[in-house]
Ligand binder design. Structure first.
Ligand SMILES: [Zn+2]
Length: 132
């Protein structure tokens, strides 16, 4: 059984596979974030779509995202920091990837909301990008 792409060192079926298959709900924003990273690896746009809510979901284009995801070779996920309270959470991470053998790093603070018994991704903030 292969190791999970999210980098926990666990086997896929004992890690993000539990959430992506629907056997379990991600118990924390970090678990959800990791499983979404893994779903991007798998180009599983259904999972990406069903784990997000507004405002992120408002401008989500599954087709365009799929085209983007198909070009990407994800190499490593680094969780920098997570903060969480009862209904809100933030996960700051670096996602390393290659496109056409060129290396890139996505630095994002993802925002999550707990609603109807589940965590959802609701927004992405990019600390390295200038606002405006
Ligand atoms: Zn995982």
């Amino acid at each position: 059984m292969p190791y999970c792409p999210c980098g926990t060192g666990k086997k896929y079926l004992d890690c993000c596979g539990l959430f992506i298959s629907g056997k379990k709900l991600p118990p924390s924003p970090e678990a959800l974030m990791r499983s979404r990273y893994t779903a991007y690896n798998q180009i599983n746009m259904d999972y990406i779509a069903r784990t997000m809510k507004s405002p992120a979901a408002d401008h989500f284009d599954a087709k365009a995202t799929k085209v983007w995801a198909e070009k990407i070779n994800w190499t490593q996920l680094e969780i920098i920091r997570t903060t969480i309270d009862a209904t809100q959470g933030y996960v700051e991470f670096l996602a390393h990837y290659n496109v056409a053998r060129k290396k890139y790093v996505l630095h994002e603070v993802s925002e999550f909301k707990y609603e109807d018994g589940k965590w959802y991704y609701i927004n992405g903030i990019y600390p390295d990008k200038k606002s405006g």
